[in-house]
Design a protein around this ligand. Structure first.
Ligand code: ZN
Length: 130
């Protein structure tokens, strides 16, 4: 093959590789941004799901207590186990709500990805337009 032709092909390949990387980075960034936007909503959804589970656990506990009172049977192991599950979920819900609130109160800089205030027009870390 002609030497110049080879050089041209090499340069084209290198350019294509760079473009590919840039396109990949852009796609990755777009995906990340979408993920962040969904973040707070997803956290709240998860919290709601856990709340539903809590209601189920409370119902189980209520039924067992009722049964215990009626039959005189001891279901304290069952109740303790359910209450532990409840406590675990309450803690998770609180954590999820805190995370969701934190995400709502910040704007993420598109350039440096650091957190800025909702009212900020420029990133206080790198100066990029928000
Ligand atoms: Zn920034």
């Amino acid at each position: 093959m002609d030497e110049r032709m080879q050089e041209f092909l090499d340069r084209t390949k290198a350019a294509a590789a760079t473009m590919g990387t840039a396109a990949q980075a852009a796609a990755c960034y777009a995906g990340k941004k979408t993920g962040e936007a969904l973040g707070a909503a997803k956290l709240n959804m998860k919290a709601l799901e856990l709340e539903r589970e809590c209601k189920g656990l409370l119902r189980d506990i209520g039924e067992k207590v009722y049964e215990s009172l009626q039959t005189g049977e001891d279901h304290s192991d069952f109740l303790e186990e359910r209450m532990e599950e409840l406590e675990k979920r309450y803690a998770q819900i609180e954590h999820l709500r805190e995370q969701a609130a934190a995400l709502r109160d910040v704007k993420v800089c598109p350039a440096c990805e650091k957190h800025c205030g909702l009212q900020d027009r420029y990133c206080k870390h790198c100066g990029a337009v928000l």
